[in-house]
Design a protein around this ligand. Structure first.
Ligand SMILES: NC(=O)c1ccc[n+]([C@@H]2O[C@H](COP(=O)([O-])OP(=O)(O)OC[C@H]3O[C@@H](n4cnc5c(N)ncnc54)[C@H](O)[C@@H]3O)[C@@H](O)[C@H]2O)c1
Ligand SMILES: CC(C)[C@H](C(=O)O)[C@@H](O)C(=O)O
Ligand SMILES: [Mg+2]
Length: 362
């Protein structure tokens, strides 16, 4: 009998449902080819949760996720819900609680430049010639996103907005191990990003990372302040292998790294808990500027589904096949609008045509 895995499918808002449809078709194709079954249950999240069930993260959605082996997530948010109280909006009302409820502390965001896409990068060709492959390892359940106190206090012009950045030693230790273990399977270099010249949480971060680094003598460890890191990424991205970041620094640097590869629509992510449970989503958002037009790039969502097969289901062969199929269609010249450079040999396609091409290449 075919091996079966339960997937909670949360398409969300904006381009979320459009790119999710293509990732699900890719999963259909994997089922046929690899004798596996993905039992999918759809659930509302974000604006779709608010509109259909009155809440960004309805109980039914939480229960569907709890019953699943992994969550495949689209993206949430958009102008329609931006006037709600902050904690009820899609991002703070659904995405962040999901990360916390499921203990998804390790966010892996690989930024890989495909050889055929070097021209789509915002960097000069000579800087990225030969490609680069950076893995952002972002701490996802701590830091300034979650620490207390937080909120707006007082009245009128006397109000103050408060956010707090806290990290405990165990929180730093576990994400550091993830970074070093990932580096061991790659080019054996970890660059830890912090702001230890200003922030106390970063002073502790640097100390703990240095200590853990001694357990991995085969991996080179360097430290960099986040402002310099942001600059070095655009100056010479090839110097980096694994970038280890706290929550907010990782959020910012992963968008930057994504754009160096050509488009935010190319960058997948895996958010992992202890064990095999994970949530898989594009690093980018609901892209309200292009939603509803059928032109979004589905590659980040499809590669995220591939990461789900790799990290939560152990289906390495099928995951490799998805990665290769994406590289192949890019070599064949298929381009959604975000990565189209009007060069000879390029074929401008919409979301579903890109999905179909990837399935054909599987
Ligand atoms: N994980 C998530 O659900 C997530 C992540 C980031 C932002 N958001 C939310 O998304 C909404 C829009 O935020 P934003 O505009 O700052 O960021 P965004 O990532 O949605 O869009 C930034 C730019 O990248 C482009 N882009 C993103 N994904 C693309 C794709 N697949 N194909 C082609 N182009 C793509 C968009 O068109 C836009 O020009 C906000 O409500 C934000 O909070 C959600
Ligand atoms: C939408 C937002 C809460 C989210 C984050 O900041 O983590 C997004 O930007 C991301 O990168 O996944
Ligand atoms: Mg982000």
């Amino acid at each position: 009998m075919a091996k079966a895995f339960k997937v909670a499918v949360l398409p969300g808002d904006g381009i979320g449902p459009e790119v999710m449809a293509e990732a699900l078709r890719v999963l259909d194709a994997v089922e046929t080819k690899y004798d596996v079954k993905f039992e999918r249950t759809h659930a509302n999240v974000g604006g779709a949760g608010i509109d259909n069930e009155g809440k960004a993260l309805p109980e039914t959605t939480i229960n569907i996720c709890k019953a699943a082996d992994a969550i495949l997530f689209g993206s949430v948010g958009g102008p329609k819900w931006e006037t709600l109280p902050p904690d009820e909006q899609p991002e703070r009302g659904a995405l962040l609680p999901l990360r916390k409820i499921f203990g998804l502390y390790a966010n892996l965001r690989p930024a890989i430049i495909f050889p055929s896409l070097t021209g789509a990068s915002s960097l000069k060709e000579e800087v990225i010639a030969g490609g680069f492959n950076v893995l952002v390892v972002r701490e996802l359940t701590g830091g300034i996103y979650f620490s207390q106190p937080k909120g707006i206090e007082g009245q009128g012009r006397d109000r103050i907005g408060i956010d707090t950045m806290k990290y405990s030693v165990p929180e730093i230790e576990r994400i550091t191990h993830v970074a070093f273990q990932a580096a061991r399977k790659r080019s054996k270099k970890v660059c830890s990003i912090d702001k230890a010249n200003v922030l106390s949480s970063s002073v502790l971060w640097r100390e703990v990372v240095t200590g853990i680094g001694k357990e991995y003598p085969d991996v080179e460890l360097t430290h960099m302040y986040v402002d310099n890191g942001a600059m070095q990424l655009v100056r010479w991205p090839k110097q980096f292998d694994v970038l280890l970041c706290e929550n907010m620094f990782g959020d910012i640097l992963s968008d930057e790294a994504a754009m160096l590869t050509g488009s935010l629509g190319m960058l997948p992510s895996a958010s992992l808990a202890e064990g095999t449970f994970g949530m898989y989503e594009p690093s980018g958002g609901s892209a309200p500027d292009i939603a509803g037009q059928g032109i979004a790039n589905p590659i980040a969502q499809i590669l995220s589904a591939g990461m789900m097969l790799r990290y939560s289901f152990g289906l390495v062969e099928a995951a490799d096949a998805i990665d290769k199929a994406v590289a192949k269609v890019l070599d064949q010249g298929y381009r959604t609008r975000d990565i189209y450079q009007k060069k000879d040999g390029e074929k401008l396609v919409n979301t579903s045509e890109m999905g179909k091409a990837i399935i054909a290449a599987l």
